[in-house]
Design a protein around this ligand. Structure first.
Ligand code: HEC
Ligand code: HEC
Ligand code: HEC
Ligand code: HEC
Ligand code: HEC
Ligand code: HEC
Length: 450
């Protein structure tokens, strides 16, 4: 059975177009979702795509800066808008700042130009459907719902695209079989008994190279898509929600040396570390109202929350109108996980820096640190699994030694007594002269899961 020239040509064209088709739908999806994820994690609390909110709509922002002749400065703006305004080299920066009544945008020193491009690309390319999910405040629940619905639709349509491609491949293949069969029947005896499946197999065999490539491409695409979505599920690293007040740990725990426990006062006593109430802030801020306008703007939010009016004579006074500061939770574990601070900080003797990084130098609001960054810190146990995932907990429990002696850690007194009494029983612990958390049961599912 000979393949006609035209057949080879058609075959090439067919698979080339399938390849192009697949890469067209896959490539921008990957890039967009990067920009989309960043936008949702970092910007959507203040910016919507096509509507002004707390900040201006992001669609066309790049164009607005280019029109002002400051296309390059938009990156500096996003990274550190305060510095850009201070530098005096950007008119647009001051203009938009004034338009928004001096409300301040957060700093994003950790974003690269590429990442900012991805966000702005996403903003410019998304249609009105991709409304900002987080942008709508509590008062705007309806819009939020709509946005969520639209998002759902977007998700479905992606799946349909992929299904469509697979379907097309099948159709092409089948028509190929037909054509092939016709050619074959004119050359040799038609095999009337061949089932459809047998014919198909024959055809696949004939074009085995092309079939192989197609299967490979499809498998890789599915794997990439799958990994992309799996990889982003539950991985919290880098998560930094916006906060009602841009509270710098560097100023408080760093420069002013305030102890973590002054504000997170239950960290040694209970499961959760706790966040300070506005009264704790007022202990100092009744007197400290900030030097620069930026500081004053932030600290006046504390006053609003505490119901404090510094203008009441002679030294300020409470008005009685309070509204609590609602901090957004940064570190979040799912409900089915049990984590206890006192267990780690007191019994485990692990410093905050191991899990939260050096908060004393943290100029922005808190974020979930990347495990690579945590592992770079001197004195930290080196871990590799993403922070806050199960792998992270397990890895540390497998590595961290527990110090059991009479002096340093009362928590283990009872265990120590038992060890001395009955060494035989605990022989497995002593084999390598060290005891890890896992050997004491730190790998048992029920210790961490309700
Ligand atoms: C805490 C709220 C907040 C967050 C979070 C935020 N912004 Fe802003 N943004 C603002 C405000 C408010 C303005 C208006 C200028 C001002 O008042 O400082 C602004 C202005 C801008 C502008 C200028 C727009 C124009 O029309 O000139 C750009 C660009 C921008 N933001 C990008 C971003 C990006 C990108 C992110 C996410 C990485 C982000 N912003 C996150 C509040 C925020
Ligand atoms: C003056 C009070 C104060 C001090 C001192 C302080 N913090 Fe905080 N901390 C806060 C406030 C307010 C927040 C919420 C704002 C934020 O997330 O940035 C917070 C948030 C955090 C978070 C994130 C909480 C979450 O939602 O997951 C961590 C982790 C944290 N602090 C660790 C520390 C450590 C470690 C120290 C000591 C080196 C410390 N803090 C000292 C006030 C304080
Ligand atoms: C133990 C005293 C103390 C406590 C408690 C305290 N602060 Fe401060 N805070 C300071 C000092 C000191 C400064 C630096 C003021 C300056 O530089 O003029 C400051 C500055 C600030 C600034 C401006 C920082 C900047 O440079 O942009 C903010 C915002 C702020 N505090 C928020 C808070 C909040 C919110 C709380 C409560 C969770 C709080 N502070 C609790 C002492 C305190
Ligand atoms: C072994 C790792 C680990 C250590 C050590 C650790 N934390 Fe945490 N921290 C976590 C985890 C995990 C969460 C999230 C808890 C949750 O969602 O239930 C968290 C959450 C927090 C929060 C958010 C509020 C809360 O209670 O959920 C604060 C504040 C905090 N930690 C402060 C501290 C301080 C201060 C120290 C040091 C005294 C510290 N942490 C030590 C792992 C750690
Ligand atoms: C940096 C190392 C480290 C990390 C990360 C860590 N742990 Fe631990 N964990 C310890 C140490 C050390 C102990 C021993 C304290 C003790 O014996 O109770 C411990 C003990 C525990 C215990 C008590 C075990 C027992 O035998 O009673 C639980 C539950 C636990 N951790 C849960 C978690 C969870 C959940 C996470 C992740 C969110 C986590 N841990 C992350 C070091 C770590
Ligand atoms: C040291 C603490 C710890 C131990 C021990 C532990 N887990 Fe987990 N597990 C976690 C944490 C933390 C998460 C949440 C991870 C996340 O949100 O990414 C989790 C998540 C899960 C999930 C949900 C999947 C997911 O990614 O959310 C399952 C299922 C699970 N664990 C099963 C188990 C089983 C089965 C065991 C015993 C073999 C076990 N775990 C032991 C800490 C632990």
């Amino acid at each position: 059975m000979k393949i006609a020239h035209s057949e080879g040509f058609r075959k090439g064209k067919l698979f080339a177009s399938i390849l192009v088709f697949i890469s067209i739908i896959l490539a921008p999806n990957g890039l967009w979702s990067q920009g989309e994820n960043l936008y949702k994690a970092k910007c959507s609390s203040c910016h919507q795509i096509e509507k002004n909110g707390t900040g201006p709509m992001l669609k066309g922002a790049r164009q607005r800066w280019a029109d002002a002749g400051e296309g390059d400065l938009i990156y500096e703006w996003v990274k550190n808008n305060a510095a850009l305004r201070g530098s005096g080299k950007s008119k647009r920066a001051n203009q938009v700042y004034n338009e928004y009544g001096g409300s301040q945008m957060q700093l994003f020193a950790d974003l690269s130009n590429d990442q900012i491009d991805q966000i702005l690309n996403y903003a410019d390319s998304s249609s009105s459907k991709a409304a900002a999910p987080g942008a709508a405040g509590a008062a705007d629940g309806k819009a939020k719902e709509d946005a969520a619905k639209e998002e759902g639709k977007g998700g479905v349509s992606k799946t349909w695209w992929i299904m469509g491609v697979i379907f097309l491949v099948i159709i092409f293949s089948v028509s190929g079989v037909r054509r092939q069969l016709k050619n074959a029947s004119s050359e040799s005896e038609p095999d009337t008994n061949a089932t459809y499946w047998q014919e198909f197999k024959l055809w696949l065999w004939k074009y085995r190279a092309a079939t192989g490539v197609t299967v490979l491409v499809l498998t890789i695409s599915v794997l990439v898509l799958g990994l992309q979505s799996l990889g982003s599920i539950n991985v919290m690293e880098g998560y930094q929600p916006s906060q009602p007040i841009s509270f710098p740990h560097s100023v408080h725990a760093g420069q002013n040396g305030i102890d973590c426990k002054y504000c997170h006062n239950s960290v040694e006593k209970s499961k959760s570390a706790g966040l300070p109430t506005v009264n704790v802030c007022m202990n100092c801020h009744k007197q400290i109202n900030g030097k620069t306008p930026e500081q004053q703007a932030q600290i006046s939010k504390i006053y609003a929350a505490a119901g404090w009016d510094p203008n009441i004579k002679p030294a300020g006074g409470y008005t009685g109108k309070t509204s609590p500061i609602v901090w957004n939770k940064v570190h979040v574990l799912p409900d089915h996980v049990y984590f206890n601070h006192s267990q780690h900080v007191v019994a485990g003797k692990i410093d905050c820096i191991q899990c939260h990084g050096d908060m004393k130098t943290m100029k922005e609001t808190a974020k979930v640190q990347k495990v690579e960054d945590l592992s770079k810190i001197e004195g930290n146990i080196k871990l590799t699994k993403p922070t806050l995932t199960m792998g992270w907990c397990i890895e540390c429990h497998g590595k961290k030694e527990v110090v059991i002696d009479d002096k340093s850690n009362a928590y283990y007194d009872e265990l120590h007594k038992r060890l001395k009494r009955d060494m035989k029983h605990y022989k497995h612990l002593k084999e390598d002269e060290k005891i890890t958390v896992s050997e004491l049961g730190g790998w048992e599912c029920s210790k961490c899961h309700y």
